[in-house]
Design a protein around this ligand. Structure first.
Ligand SMILES: [Zn+2]
Length: 150
């Protein structure tokens, strides 16, 4: 991953935490990064208001500004499930034969199985701007894309 992709990817974890706090969503359906552009789709049962999405952006940027330490745990799957339950999982499954998980944690904000690279501190991300929000009622999916801005 390029250093820009690492920043954008770490931002996805921050945005996910904000979506959890503001909209009460739980499950991530997909994520992507392409340079400074990133996206996340989460399972959601209603279309968020403009104000809610504005707050997702504000809250994400606050967490970035707080320059929090990120943690990566390498832990037996069975122990991780005991500790965090299904909060570490996404809608896309982890291969059955994997017994040790890499878990990304932003304490108090986001916890998620993830084997990608991350910034050491949230401040390295910079700043995000949400570009597009699309609610797909039939699929019960909320798709958000954002850019890193300076
Ligand atoms: Zn990650």
């Amino acid at each position: 991953m390029s250093s820009i992709d690492i920043r954008t990817h770490t931002a996805i974890h921050v945005v996910k935490g904000a979506l959890q706090k503001i909209l009460g969503v739980k499950w991530t359906a997909s994520v992507y990064t392409a340079g400074t552009h990133g996206g996340i789709a989460v399972q959601c049962n209603k279309k968020p208001t403009d104000e809610e999405m504005y707050n997702v952006e504000i809250l994400s940027n606050e967490i970035i500004k707080q320059d929090l330490n990120t943690i990566v745990h390498e832990i037996q799957k069975i122990d991780a499930e005991k500790k965090w339950g299904d909060a570490i999982y996404d809608l896309f499954p982890i291969p059955q034969d994997i017994t040790v998980l890499k878990i990304f944690e932003l304490p108090g904000w986001n916890i998620n199985t993830c084997n990608k690279q991350h910034t050491k501190k949230t401040g390295e991300i910079g700043k995000i701007k949400i570009q597009k929000t699309r609610f797909r009622a039939q699929k019960q999916l909320l798709e958000i894309s954002f850019d890193l801005i300076d």
